[in-house]
Design a protein around this ligand. Sequence first.
Ligand SMILES: [Cu+2]
Length: 454
Amino acid sequence: MESEQQPGIFVAGFVLAAMAIIVTPITAIGIISAVRDKSTATATVATTANVSLKEFSITGDLAVPAGNVTLAITNAGSQVHNLALKNGAGTKNISSGQTDTLSLGTLAPGTYTLACLIPGHEAAGMHAELTVTAGAAQAASGSTGGAHDHNATTDYVALDKVMTDSILKFPATTKGQGNEPLAPKILADGTKEFDLTTEIVDWEVSPGKIVQAWAYNAMVPGPMIHTDVGDKVKLVVTNKLPMGTDVHVHGIEMPFEMDGVSPITQQLIAPNTTFTYSFTTDKAAVAMYHAHNHGDVQITNGLFGTFIVGAMALPAGRTISGVSIPTDVKVSQEIPMVLNDAGVIGLSLNGKSFPATQPYKAKVGDWIEIHYFNEGLQIHPMHQHRFPQLVIAKDGIALDQPYWVDTLTVAPGERYTVLMHPDAKGTWVWHCHILNHVESDTGAFGMLTAWIIE
Ligand SMILES: [Cu+2]
């Protein structure tokens, strides 16, 4: 049985699923028993269904005949997952690449919800319906789906309504906004001091979904820091987390003692203590600050923010792939776009999941500067409808040869700076093009927003 099945090839999924019923010995024996003795048909069927877990979906043999059901589970993802029947049995955590089995006992016909119980994973898409059908004969005739839940009984009209309704909720209001500019204290010698406090706070990722975010100054992403080239800077970090932390500024060249990597360059900032980072921002930079200690937990749960030094050089007066950039090109707005896909925050743009993502407004003819930052664990091909993006810098390093794209893949740790020059009015979606980062059977979610061009 294939573990990787996409909605687009669900017909192939049916065929594979049907083949699995024929060739999987335990299921085949079950079917034969059922045919011979109809009075005990359901009682004699034992089915082992293959289920695959990854970020962030559950796929596999999700329709089985009534009877004794066992799930043979493979974690095909890159993160730790588990699988449980809602309000029922579940596995231990399964590492990437490992397998486990889950015996569900005798299941009567009906639908049962399966989910990964790692915080944030269910909301990110790791839930699926297990359909238990009345008998083996029905399963063998083709209702054993496997292609992303879709089978002969799928209600496509209802799925259309779910998607339409979910999109019409945009933009939804939620409490809290990340990336608020952080004003520095100016010290006697001109040093700019930025004060950051780490703590666990309630954070509304999408309407009604409140998670325990690990935040700088109670927002996700943390406050936006902007300095000029040549500034002396202090970052004063007070830790109110239950564990130690440190702050690495990714993309600004640091003295060794300020690199934020405990226990190599400093001791951990213990709970209820403060540490000060002092450095000079002597080059233009598009950087991000984040925890380094247990980054897999602390960063993905929200401990990240943007740090811009000066401004990126613009390709003023140049012609790139036939497009002339005005000699007096002026940026009308500068936008941080922080990507995350894990932890309690999950698939998100600037700490929010669609429809709580922020819409952006501009006018025809504007030149907009966007900085992408990937603080997550996966790549995200960021696609802007209609308007190409002119990539002018990578990781805060201005490019000698800027280039136009309509989809820009941003890998973990990477930053890209692009210019966008809208030439038509309308509401134009802007989203990650890994389709299950934006859509599921429960509608649109995650890494989706839009430009409103007037
Ligand atoms: Cu994505």
